[in-house]
Write a protein that binds this ligand. Structure first.
Ligand code: NAD
Length: 290
């Protein structure tokens, strides 16, 4: 058996087409969605991610402003930047690219962002809504993208056993909440670095989400035949190529021979994350225009 590939690019293109139409409708009402992205320091991967977000904004007609701050920026400058963006009625969405330079308190920055403009969905009030089973706030982009991709691929979630590897506040925890919420109705286990017999737990999963950050951790004998496997990991693996590295997911390529459905890296969850960011930004603009 070879797994059906969940084409995140194709699915994201559909979401972006919907977002473009919403942007056009808002424009008719005189509202021009505007995303501000703050990036602190020179982490190369972060710069690649931010460029990808800017390109997506251009594709769907969202205005984007990028604020580059040097790595040695004072924390108070990051705080004042966010406060200025909060107060600016012309800006509908604010994203502070993670990771911040060592020593900067990311949670403190997250807490500062106006929840209505928190397009990443990490503010306690947005994550808190998710705990309440509500999706009327800003839902974190990668988790929302994962569930959207599973639905798009026709993967049955209700009553199914889901295992999420990873418990981060960015991916693992919110995706487990989304999968377990009423109406989606998966039965979810959250695994992490202290989980005993991880392979045995994973083998029980109808839906396996790997959000770990360990290249090719999930092997074929961890996967129930026919399971849907979502690979969230993006890992740099050094090699002899001209570039000196390639990207690998958290799921070993051999899993394709066992799984029923699988999301590739790249081209799976990555494009979905960006599409959901576009969706959140338009939603934020709409809500703020009311
Ligand atoms: P994180 O480091 O915050 O969390 C990793 C989680 O994995 C932790 O909860 C930890 O307990 C668990 N873990 C670590 N080692 C483990 C092991 N050996 N066995 C079981 N669990 C283990 O990472 P994150 O922010 O959640 O991101 C996870 C991965 O997803 C990374 O590779 C990241 O680059 C990628 N990511 C991709 C996107 C995207 O859009 N494609 C978005 C966000 C994150």
């Amino acid at each position: 058996m070879t797994a059906v590939v969940l084409d995140g690019k194709a699915c994201a293109a559909e979401v972006e087409a919907e977002v473009s139409a919403q942007v056009a409708e808002l424009a008719e009402a005189g509202v021009h969605p505007h995303l501000a992205v703050v990036i602190v320091g020179d982490d190369p991967a972060s710069h690649i991610y931010v460029s990808g977000k800017e390109r997506a904004c251009a594709r769907v007609g969202i205005r984007s402003t990028r604020i580059d701050l040097p790595a040695d920026t004072d924390f108070s400058r990051v705080v004042s930047t966010v406060e200025e963006l909060n107060a600016n009625d012309d800006v509908h969405g604010i994203l502070v690219q993670s990771p911040l330079p060592k020593g900067m308190d990311e949670l403190a920055v997250t807490d500062l962002i106006d929840p209505a403009k928190d397009v990443d969905g990490f503010h306690p009030s947005n994550l808190g809504r998710l705990v309440q089973g509500r999706v009327d706030g800003m839902v974190p982009c990668t988790p929302a993208g994962i569930v959207h991709l599973l639905n798009w691929g026709g993967v049955e979630l209700s009553g199914k056993r889901a295992v999420v590897i990873g418990r981060s506040r960015i991916v693992g925890t919110p995706v487990s909440l989304l999968l377990a919420r009423k109406g989606v109705d998966s039965t979810v286990s959250v695994a992490h670095s202290r989980t005993a017999d991880l392979a045995g737990l994973c083998r029980q999963a109808d839906i396996l989400v790997a959000a770990v950050g360990r290249a090719e951790l999930v092997r074929a004998d961890w996967v129930k035949p026919g399971a849907a496997v979502i690979d969230v990991g993006v890992n740099r693996v050094d090699d002899d190529s001209e570039r000196g590295y390639h990207l690998a997911g958290d799921v070993h390529p051999e899993v394709s021979a066992v799984a029923g459905t699988i999301s590739p890296v790249p081209g799976g969850v990555g494009p979905m994350t960006i599409a959901m960011l576009m969706r959140n930004t338009v939603r934020a603009a709409f809500n703020q225009s009311k």
